[in-house]
Design a protein around this ligand. Sequence first.
Ligand code: KIV
Length: 272
Amino acid sequence: MSAVSGDSKRITTHKLQEMKKAGEKIAMLTAYDFSMARILDRAGIDVLLVGDSASNVMAGHETTLPITLDQMIYHASSVIRGVQKALVVVDLPFGTYQGNSKEALNSAIRIMKETGAHGVKMEGGDEVLDSVSRIVRAGIPVMGHLGLMPQSIYKYGTYTVRAKEEKEAEKLLSDAKLLQEAGCFSLVLEKIPASLATRVAGSLEIPVIGIGAGNGVDGQVLVTHDMLGLTYEFHPRFLRRYLNLFEEISHAVGAYVQDVKSRDFPNEKEQY
Ligand code: KIV
């Protein structure tokens, strides 16, 4: 975890651009609730993503598809209340922007108005370009997302590495440039070869944040539940675990159960 920064100024999309230019890496994590957002923000995280991975790690769904706009708004408004410094970006959930650009803009506006977040993230390249442009024109910062796009899991059929073949790699590079031209302020690249991610980051002026995309990009993002070891059954190669909270919490709860059963808790100092 990074140290607490002395700079209490808010992170902006402009600041992220400056960080890329200065070669300063961007640290991004997911957050879905007030308490965790407050810890991550105080620990010096630059960007908090209210990811639709909430569908997996908060709600226990197998995919990100079921989460609704109202549920994302609930998570995002909780996160915002815990944040003083980080830039907060919220995923537009599946089915709220693929239909047409007006629907996409309405969804993005709801997120901005009802949560106080600072931007939205959308999966896809040329397929969603109209929507990206329309949202950007309305003054809402958009983060793109290419490579493995979990909202399209039933199209791919698997969560394996994307864009290993030349044709898909070229489309990804072309989509990345289109998203930049459409006004995206940054781009997430998920689970693609490191060499391709480095090439994309080198070809774009906007910051590129990787997850399973190697070290040649401008920043990294992980799902907080994974890096803290709450999701013990998930072991992709790109994941570095900084804690094993599943075990630590199980241990603490086991001790509490034992203390209650043995009448050790509460003791005299813990009562009125
Ligand atoms: O929803 C999410 O957590 C994400 C990250 C994996 C980038 O999109």
